[in-house]
Design a binder for this molecule. Sequence first.
Ligand SMILES: [Zn+2]
Length: 267
Amino acid sequence: MKKLSILTLVALLPELVMAWGYIGHKAIAEIAERNLTPKAKANIELYTKGTPLHEYSLWMDEVVATPPYKKALAGWHASIADVDCTSPKVVRDRYRGGKDGVTAMETLRQELKEYKTLSDSTVLTAIKCIVHVVADFHCPTHVRYVDLHNEGKYPVTFLGERWDYHAVWDTGIVEAYHKGWDFVKYAEHLNTLPKSEVKKITKGWAQEWFEDSATQVRPIIYWVVNDGKKIEKLDNKFVDKCGPLAEKQMQRAGYRLAKALNEIFGK
Ligand SMILES: [Zn+2]
């Protein structure tokens, strides 16, 4: 049996990151699950044994510090865009040594072309990675730009508590925008895009999806001032301003994840 060579690669840019906490990751995987073609669903279930995709959606964050995944999957939690929000290979190679979500998705697609010849555990690992990576590069603070430091690793006050701005986007907005909603509720709410729209937003593959993502989320960099002196106070108004963008990103991630899985496992 062949092994996924990518899982043995040594990463150049190890980093400890999370995106879309529990609700966001699970909602995106659930939207995808609901949009799988019957054929893709049946093929995926040969490996998952019926475990719902959302159960795998946080796996990459769980193993982020565990060998051998720490090195093999490092960098996959974020992607890099040029000043004009494009993400060609040359930019990904130059700024992240090719360790980013878009490149990971290109490699996985290539290596899964003959997935039926791979070992079951290799394919299952790849499924777990796809479910996570597509979601991550739609999370606003996981979109990186060559000209900005927008990781958001600085303190803010969020709804009266001390947070770092990065985590506000990972979990804060999603939890506060619809208080009390679980991931199923979010999935039901977001799995409502008309077919024609779905077709439009799922065109292409990871690079196109991430470039759209980079275009959508770039404005958030200017929504909070980080001058190293003043700590911004983010209130419910801020939640209402960010909520629609967070939802849009989760929705697009869900449909695009379905497209990726359907393309790979639909035949
Ligand atoms: Zn992640």
